[in-house]
Write a new protein. Structure first.
Length: 255
């Protein structure tokens, strides 16, 4: 008999750390607290079809940008086994996942954070559909952490802290929303962002470091490797500038 599949559609943002965590211990616990800002325009979007049948593979299909991604499929498959003790529903789930990003891959934006946050969001949404229980952000953040440490901070809007600290409320199991900043914090960050070089200067620096040739004015209608690499780097740089602008917008709202 054909399996009956149900569907959830979710999305989760990436985040940028102002204070990074430097290593983990135990089961994905941070060695030090970290602080980040959520990048609400840099999203991983997922369509997840699910059925309850423990005889099936946990992940029967994983597509990223409409292409099969066996590496991430195996990662999510193992992840579902790893979380069975804290998320028992994983023992019965079989998933088909279609994923895409609103930002370029390998552009300096943490795609693993948004991806694992999206998976965790999807799992909690599936649980809510099945049980009728309300989605719990702490559970969602905990599941995200078990997939990728920094992903636990992507569950919350604006700013999030992860890890116990003597100076701020924090938890090793999950991220929490954070807004207890000293006023000068935003002033200094804005000053730092304003001092960044213009996008053309950043682009030229990246091109030089990667030895990617900028297409000449007379060189038109070509699909050469150099031209393709240039466009990829250019698009990544533009997205990076958009991320900087989003940071400044969030800081202005906060300030």
């Amino acid at each position: 008999m054909d399996q009956i599949y149900h569907k959830v559609i979710v999305q989760a943002p990436s985040n940028i750390a102002f204070v990074k965590y430097w290593g983990k211990f135990g089961r994905q616990y941070p060695l030090n607290p970290s602080l980040s800002m959520t990048l609400n325009k840099c999203l991983t979007q997922m369509e997840i079809e699910y059925t309850l049948d423990s005889s099936l593979e946990k992940i029967t299909e994983f597509l990223f940008e409409n292409q099969e991604n066996d590496k991430f499929k195996k990662r999510i498959n193992q992840y579902l086994y790893d979380i069975e003790d804290v998320f028992p529903l994983a023992k019965r789930l079989s998933l088909k996942i279609r994923s895409s990003n609103t930002f370029p891959h390998s552009a300096g934006i943490a795609s693993s954070a948004s991806a694992m946050a999206a998976v965790a969001t999807g799992l909690c949404s599936i649980k809510a559909q099945i049980t009728g229980e309300q989605v719990c952000l702490e559970e969602m953040s905990t599941l995200a952490r078990l997939g990728s440490g920094s992903a636990c901070r992507s569950i919350f809007p604006k700013f999030s802290i992860w890890g116990k600290s003597e100076h701020a409320a924090g938890n090793n199991d999950f991220g929490i929303k954070y807004d207890n900043f000293h006023p000068n914090f935003f002033i200094k960050i804005n000053e730092s962002l304003d001092q960044n070089k213009k996008i053309d200067d950043i682009l030229n620096k990246v091109l030089n470091e990667l030895s990617v040739k900028k297409p000449s004015i007379n060189h038109q209608g070509s699909d050469s490797k150099e031209d393709t690499n240039y466009e990829l780097v250019k698009q990544s740089s533009i997205k990076s500038e958009e991320s900087v602008n989003e940071i400044k917008e969030n800081l202005m709202e906060k300030n």
